[in-house]
Design a protein around this ligand. Sequence first.
Ligand code: IPD
Ligand code: CA
Ligand code: CA
Length: 266
Amino acid sequence: MHPTLNIAIKAARKAGDIILRYHNQIELLTIENKAANDFVSEVDKAAEDAIIDELKYAFPNHSILGEENGEILGNSQFQWIVDPLDGTTNYLHGFPQYSVSIALYENNEATHAVVYDPFKEEMFTASRGQGAYLNEQRIRTTNTYGLKDTLIGTGFPFKVPQHLDAYLAMFKAIHPKVAGIRRAGSAALDLAYLAAGRMDGFWEIELNIWDIAGGALLVKEAGGFIGDFSGRDKYLETGNVVAGNEQVFKAILKTIHPHLTKDLQQ
Ligand code: IPD
Ligand code: CA
Ligand code: CA
């Protein structure tokens, strides 16, 4: 295993320990509203601080972009992207589906990624060109053809309600073609599940870069495809994501295409 990935794993475990320490005492936490339907607790912040300490200790010159602390400037060739707790709403309700996501981008290319579910002790990892792993076992996307019989992940656009009508039109188009659609509540974990072959496809509108940065490398290293709504690679910028094995990726893009508003073309 690459030593850089090892550091990211160590950082994710430290964050996971903090998350688990409080998961049975959620009523003790102070919860703030960052924006409508966007919550943050001191666990999110403490988990991010622990990750930053670990990364800074190992790589004092690297840049770090974290959801809670924003950008810590350093050598911009090495950019860590951190979501210390993806699935905060689940966490605050004791619904055990959340994760820590840590990714390194070198010259804007993802090189290492960790998505860790501390509750289920599932560590999803990938390094560029080295494949994707779940607890050190190789994982791969499914090889289903088209949408028939597939299980598709998604997220509701609850933070961007202006896209709700377009989203519901996409949902209506996809729903009759597939076996099931799941909204599990942690986009990073959704992409990790896709990489592990637990789902066949995924789409969501306007995610943040820290929701996607780690999961994207997992999907690619597991043999899958990820893109924006035009199928190209602007997804980290627009936050609009379609992912799947090659056939499911293409089929989702084709199915949602007629329902894309002007703002959602990429
Ligand atoms: C959220 C989760 C969720 C997605 C939201 C994200 P957070 O992240 O990834 O699945 O639907 O758009 O904001 O706020 O829990 O880190
Ligand atoms: Ca997130
Ligand atoms: Ca978060």
